[in-house]
Design a protein around this ligand. Structure first.
Ligand code: ADP
Ligand code: ADP
Ligand code: MG
Length: 449
């Protein structure tokens, strides 16, 4: 078993990983930027090393400093969390070359799947239905226009290196497509330093349903069911739940099987998520695979009782999965709300500041994953997600009741959050009646401008 894990991340996911290690008797090393001297992950870990100034480029993305910290502390492994270097194939490769276990898949697979256009082609070969679109990357605007004409509008242009909901635009007409072509290329260049783009049919009114998988280094793979992440703002997830309220049992079964077969086929290891769009006819299409732990992994943990972070560590230690597919039981319903520090009156612009008073909800079936505390100053340099509230109820209705109660109980004094917006979603009749898809927030709320 791994003995000392360096956590190359910050915030709630760093704390989440430290806790899992502590439960397993594994020592932990935190890395922190100058802005995170007083952060919770810095104080909770057994050891902590400052790796640079506040900007991510100089700290949490600074491979050299992070690897030096690992060597200095004698860490035998690195857990990358999500975001930052978690999907950086080069980082995973260097870790391996240095004899440090990267807790995730092989760098070659990160590389293969991180390129979304290439990932689609790989999955198609592995027998997975994919969103119809360009065979690989687009070479010219002319090609995009011709393809869109054949496939019929609306279409979507997507950055192949994209993530976090950025570098994606829908076009309903050739005029829009012409404009979007340049815009998406520009956005992709700035955000991902890679302006390769591809085209997809825009699936109208779909659900986003993803399958969590676990695969060990001995050829065994299982899935842990699905998560419905259709409640999104600007293609970014806001609220997630499992089970999905639209999947028919046979669709669920098929999606799970397709996902497991695909990861076996490509030789994927560790935890991963295959994201699909599901349309009205219960047809499902592969969209992308995330080769890391996902923000919304706790909902899966609540209904399966499996600790995904511990499984990641066990897999990276070379252990075999101790579960077969038939051992996985799903109990009740779980939902997660992402609490962000953003200002609702300023179009949800991220904000920072000092938390003057804090009350976190608790109680039966309520879990809060966070790294904030009373008196903590949120630095402006990083992601605006400050807490995840996760509930577990006997069914969807009970989960919603618990979530409403929990979010209403939350007090974060001194900064603005999206908590009231979450409460509005939970009160929305269409959300409650299962009449929603990925366009829900844009349709129901006037905040998408
Ligand atoms: P997940 O797929 O795990 O639900 P998201 O798709 O919301 O997570 O985001 C993917 C990753 O990108 C996350 O790890 C998150 O930390 C990161 N991310 C999301 N939004 C941004 C952003 N605006 N800037 C930088 N990173 C982001
Ligand atoms: P990211 O890497 O940023 O997570 P994804 O490819 O997963 O990007 O897409 C993010 C979201 O955008 C999806 O969850 C979905 O809501 C929407 N989306 C992506 N592709 C399509 C498509 N072809 N048709 C309709 N919606 C899409
Ligand atoms: Mg995605």
């Amino acid at each position: 078993m791994l003995k000392k894990v360096l956590i190359a991340n910050r915030g709630e996911i760093a704390v989440r990983i430290i806790r899992a290690c502590r439960e397993m008797g594994i020592r932990t090393v935190a890395i922190y930027s100058e802005a995170d001297k007083n952060a919770l992950h810095t104080t909770l870990a057994d050891e902590a090393i400052c790796i640079g100034p506040a900007p991510s480029q100089k700290s949490y993305l600074n491979m050299k400093a992070i690897l030096e910290a690992a060597c200095l502390t004698g860490a035998d492994s690195i857990h990358p969390g999500f975001g930052f270097l978690s999907e950086n194939a080069n980082f995973a490769k260097i870790c391996k070359e240095m004899g440090i276990k990267f807790i995730g898949p092989e760098s070659t697979l990160i590389d293969l799947l991180g390129n979304k256009s290439q990932a689609k082609q790989t999955m198609k070969k592995a027998g997975v239905p994919v969103v119809p679109g360009s065979e690989g990357l687009l070479n010219s605007k002319k090609q995009a226009l011709e393809l869109a004409e054949q496939m019929k509008y609306p279409v979507m242009l997507k950055a192949s290196a994209g993530g976090g909901g950025r570098g994606i635009r829908v076009a309903y007409t050739p005029e829009e497509l012409e404009k979007d072509y340049d815009l998406v290329k520009q956005e992709a260049k700035i955000a991902f330093n890679d302006d390769s783009i591809y085209l997809e049919k825009f699936i109208e009114n779909p659900r986003h349903v993803e399958i969590q998988i676990l695969a060990d280094e001995h050829g065994n793979a299982i899935h842990l069911g699905e998560r419905d992440c259709s409640i999104q703002r600007r293609n970014q997830k806001v609220l997630e739940e499992t089970p999905s309220s639209i999947l028919k049992p046979e669709t669920r079964k098929k999606m799970g099987e397709v996902a497991v077969n695909a990861v076996k086929e490509i030789g994927y290891t560790n935890a991963g998520t295959i994201e699909f769009l599901v349309d009205k006819n219960q047809d499902f299409y592969f969209m992308e695979m995330n080769t890391r732990v996902q923000v919304e992994h706790p909902v899966t943990e609540m209904v399966t009782g499996i600790d995904i972070i511990k499984e990641q560590i066990k897999i990276a230690s070379g252990e075999k999965l101790t579960y077969q597919q038939e051992d996985i039981c799903f109990t009740g319903h779980s939902m997660e709300a992402r609490i962000n520090c953003e200002n609702p009156s300023k179009n949800f612009m991220p904000c920072a500041g000092t938390i003057k008073g804090l009350h976190l909800p608790g109680g039966n079936g309520i879990r809060v994953d966070t790294a904030i505390y009373s008196g903590y100053t949120i630095p402006p340099n990083y992601d605006s997600m400050i807490a995840k509230i996760i509930v577990h109820g006997k069914d969807r209705q009970e989960s919603i009741q618990k979530m409403k109660s929990a979010v209403a109980e939350l007090v974060v004094d001194g900064i603005q959050t999206n908590a009231d917006f979450i409460l509005e979603i939970l009160d929305n009749a269409n959300f409650l009646n299962n009449h929603y898809d990925t366009s829900f927030i844009a349709k129901e709320f006037d905040i998408n401008k």
